[in-house]
Design a protein around this ligand. Structure first.
Ligand code: HEC
Length: 172
């Protein structure tokens, strides 16, 4: 009749036969992996969703003072490539809170252009800052909103962050 039903594997915890037990071990493990994967997916989606619609930089729509968003070769001291890579990283991670023009999104992130804070730090200090962020309860915090470590993207390498810093320098 129904030969495929296997009573050993289903529920026999006292059974010392190793045939059924690995399945019982695997079930909670798989659930844990699934939960972690879902959490990661949610973070990745949160990071990406705003950037998808703003991937095209505004060219002629708004130019209040002459389009200072991306100076083509002005002031470039050989950091142009790093800044270009940094801009891609910025668009992937930081844009969600600091906005496509880096002028900040109210309630999410601050203006990073013409920033006294950025201008007052060395590259190394700025890299160190981005790695730890600024919790909402930090006395230095100015908005009551947390800047998450690495902008909430733990996969960013030191080089990635250095490139983002090179990009931020072009906005000052
Ligand atoms: C989840 C939102 C969020 C993301 C993502 C984020 N930031 Fe921030 N960031 C903030 C907030 C909020 C502040 C302001 C904290 C405060 O009130 O002092 C801030 C502050 C900063 C500051 C200090 C500005 C100042 O004037 O004090 C820098 C620099 C900065 N962020 C860089 C970055 C970079 C680079 C990335 C991407 C790697 C990034 N942020 C991603 C929310 C975010």
């Amino acid at each position: 009749m129904n030969d495929s039903v296997n009573p050993e594997g289903a529920a026999s915890p006292a059974d010392h036969d190793g045939g059924g037990s690995p399945v019982l071990w695997l079930a909670p493990l798989l659930i844990a992996v699934a939960v972690i994967a879902l959490a990661w997916g949610a973070i990745a989606a949160a990071n990406r969703s705003p950037s998808g619609s703003v991937a095209v930089p505004p060219t002629t729509t708004s130019a209040p003072g002459g389009g200072s968003t991306t100076p083509p070769g002005d002031g470039g001291g050989g950091d142009g490539e790093a800044a270009a890579r940094g801009e891609e990283i910025y668009k992937g991670t930081c844009v969600a809170c600091h906005g496509p023009d880096a002028k900040g999104i109210p309630g999410l992130g601050k203006d990073l252009t013409n920033s006294e804070f950025i201008q007052g730090l060395t590259d190394d200090e700025l890299i160190a800052f981005i790695k730890v962020g600024r919790p909402a309860d930090d006395p230095e915090n100015t908005t009551g909103v947390a800047m998450p470590p690495k902008g909430g993207n733990p996969s960013l390498s030191d080089q990635d962050i250095a490139d983002v810093v090179a990009f931020l320098r072009t906005l000052q």
